[in-house]
Design a protein around this ligand. Structure first.
Ligand SMILES: *[C@@H]1O[C@H](CO)[C@@H](O)[C@H](O)[C@H]1NC(C)=O
Ligand SMILES: *[C@@H]1O[C@H](CO)[C@@H](O)[C@H](O)[C@H]1NC(C)=O
Length: 190
C-alpha cells in the first residue's frame, strides 16, 4: 500500500467566516459579555465557519445608543466589503438590544443579515424605552419572529416587561434562552 496523502491545513490570509456574530453587550459590559459569550459558544458548536465580536458598551454606546448603531452599521459595511459572502447575526443584551434596533442598514446590507437575537430588550412593547416605537423594527429583510428573529423577554423583567424583577433580567445567560436563540439562529444562518 502506498502512503496516503495527508491533508495539509492551509492558512489563508483573509479568512472570511461564513457567519459572523456581532453582539452588543449590556450596560457596563465589554466584549461579548455575559450573554454574548455563551451565545458565541453555542453557535461555534453548530456552525462550521463562525466568528464573533462584541461591541464594548463603554467605548461604543456609553453616550448614545445611536452611536452604537452607527458602529454596528459601519462594522457590517466594512466586513462586507472584505468578505462579500459573509452573513451576519446581530445580537444585543439589554441596552445592546437597543443598539441592534438603532442599526440603520441599506437594503443591500440588510440582505447580508441572516438572523437577529435580543435579550431583555428595553425597546420591547412593554419595555422601559417602549416610547421609541422600535419594538417591531429589525435590520433584516423580512423579519419573522421565531424564524430569523429571536427576541427573549422574561415575565416580570424590569427592563423589557414593565415588571419589578431584576433577577429575571439577569437570567438570560443561564435560563436556556441562549441555547434556544442559537438553535433559531443556526437554522436561519446555516
Ligand atoms: C450554551 O448556552 C448555555 C446557556 O443557555 C451555556 O450554559 C453553555 O455554556 C453554552 N455552551 C457553550 C459551548 O458555550
Ligand atoms: C470602517 O472602516 C473605516 C475605513 O477604513 C474606518 O475608519 C472605521 O473605523 C471602520 N469602522 C468600524 C466600526 O470598523
Amino acid at each position: 500500500m502506498g502512503a496516503m496523502a495527508m491533508a495539509v491545513p492551509v492558512v489563508r490570509r483573509h479568512e472570511c467566516a461564513s457567519v459572523y456574530l456581532i453582539h452588543a453587550a449590556g450596560t457596563f459590559e465589554n466584549g461579548l459579555g455575559v450573554v454574548g459569550k455563551p451565545l458565541a459558544g453555542n453557535l461555534t458548536d453548530v456552525l462550521p465557519s463562525f466568528a464573533a465580536v462584541g461591541l464594548d458598551s463603554s467605548a461604543e454606546y456609553d453616550a448614545t445608543v445611536a452611536e452604537g448603531g452607527q458602529t454596528m452599521g459601519d462594522l457590517i459595511a466594512n466586513l462586507s466589503s472584505t468578505c462579500p459572502e459573509q452573513k451576519f447575526i446581530l445580537s444585543g443584551y439589554s441596552k445592546g438590544a437597543m443598539v441592534v434596533h438603532a442599526t440603520d442598514l441599506s437594503d443591500e446590507l440588510k440582505s447580508h443579515v441572516c438572523g437577529i437575537s435580543v435579550f431583555g430588550d428595553p425597546d420591547d412593547a412593554k419595555g422601559l424605552a417602549a416610547g421609541r416605537g422600535l419594538a417591531d423594527v429589525w435590520p433584516i429583510v423580512d423579519p419573522v419572529i421565531g424564524v430569523n428573529v429571536a427576541p427573549f423577554c422574561n415575565d416580570g423583567d424590569a427592563i423589557c416587561d414593565g415588571g419589578l424583577d431584576i433577577a429575571t433580567h439577569l437570567a438570560y445567560a443561564t435560563d436556556g434562552s441562549v441555547t434556544q436563540a442559537a438553535a433559531v439562529l443556526a437554522a436561519a444562518c446555516a
